[in-house]
Design a protein around this ligand. Structure first.
Ligand code: AMP
Ligand code: TRP
Length: 332
């Protein structure tokens, strides 16, 4: 227990809003695994966040299990790390309500993700889309989190979380720790294979734009072969060749080489075909064991249920402590 208290806290959540991609893996989940030894870790499935976009109940339930299974398949160990589902810990929604009361609507309306979603989900512009960052702040602040491993798209939400914590602390007295983001050096933003100007996303309508964690070897080879590059046929790592740059980053992330090493290794090849084939094999090699473990875990309902229940217990114990402090300070 003494050791627990001196260890720093790391926490992150992933939405169960679709099949996870290698963008989620490289930008986030792989980095969670590395933190397990050094920090007290909480990793969760953000199913409360997921309903900001219309979901079918049965799909949401299945995907929630899939994210838990993916966490474990990628190497998160429930014996050392708390794996939980956000809706199992009611303190998340309760703290979000309190934080809503100190958040200005204007600040929420200026958030990049809200502006993007307001444009793409104009038919379902619900108020949870607007208050999404407040719930995310609650997720983080409940656990007195030191570090939040995330991809680059979450940076603004982290700044919002710090702002919100500071506002609460100055209004009511010191309560929350100010968290810091942890972002990978390469692959903090994995781009679409079809349009290197936008990030790889599980909600992309073109299935060739992303590689899923559950894609088999043939799908990986096909998608890499079709990935957009350019017609320069000059093997270089530059912003002027964003498609190739994205593929070089993928090779670097999966191999541990630097992008410059990758250029050295492949620049004398004929065109891009040799490089693409080598990249596809590298991804197949790294992802196949994860995919196989994922499929096994999804078969064992009882084990996943037990891990989920234990995670809910452990998370609630920490969350309850922070929430009761907050309730006292607010006057509840
Ligand atoms: P989400 O699927 O939006 O819940 O994202 C889960 C985690 O994956 C977050 O930490 C994101 O920052 C990260 N992530 C999502 N897409 C990408 C991407 N294309 N590149 C890098 N990280 C990503
Ligand atoms: N908003 C994050 C995303 O879309 C998911 C998320 C919810 C999260 N709560 C969090 C990430 C808390 C880190 C910490 O990726």
């Amino acid at each position: 227990m003494g050791e627990q208290q001196t260890k720093k806290m790391a926490l992150s959540l992933v939405q169960p809003s679709g099949d996870l991609t290698i963008g989620n893996y490289l930008g986030a989940i792989r980095n969670f695994v590395a933190l397990q030894d050094e920090y007290t870790c909480f990793f969760g499935v953000a199913n409360l966040h997921a309903i900001t976009v219309t979901q079918k109940a049965a799909d949401l339930r299945r995907r929630t299990r899939e994210v838990l299974a993916t966490f474990m398949a990628c190497g998160l160990d429930p014996a050392r790390t708390t794996l939980f589902v956000q809706s199992d810990v009611h303190e998340h929604a309760e703290l979000a309500w309190v934080l809503n009361s100190i958040t200005s609507v204007g600040q929420l309306q200026r958030m990049t993700q809200f502006k993007e979603k307001a444009a793409t989900h104009a038919d379902n512009l619900n108020s949870a889309l607007l208050t999404y960052p407040v719930l995310m702040a609650a997720d983080i602040l409940l656990y007195q989190t030191d570090y939040v491993p995330v991809g680059e798209d979450q940076k603004q939400h982290l700044e919002f979380t710090r702002d919100t914590a500071e506002r609460f602390n100055s209004r009511y007295s010191d309560t929350f720790k100010l968290p810091e983001p942890l972002m990978p050096k390469i692959s903090a933003r994995v781009m679409s294979l079809k349009n290197p100007q936008i990030k790889m996303s599980k909600s992309d309508p073109d299935e060739n734009a992303y590689i899923l964690i559950r894609d088999d070897a043939d799908a990986i080879r096909r998608k890499i072969a079709r990935a957009v590059t350019d017609s320069e046929y000059h093997f270089a790592y530059t912003e002027a060749q964003p498609g190739l740059k994205n593929l070089i980053d993928l090779y670097a992330s999966f191999s541990g080489f630097t992008p410059q090493d990758v250029v050295e290794k492949f620049r004398d090849g004929n065109g891009y075909a040799t490089f693409k084939a080598a990249l596809a094999e590298l991804i197949v090699e790294k992802m196949t064991p994860i995919r196989e473990r994922f499929l096994q875990l999804m078969d064992d309902t009882a084990e996943l249920d037990a891990i989920r229940a234990a995670g809910a217990e452990a998370a609630s114990r920490v969350a309850r402590r922070t929430l009761s402090k907050v309730y006292r300070k607010v006057g509840f």
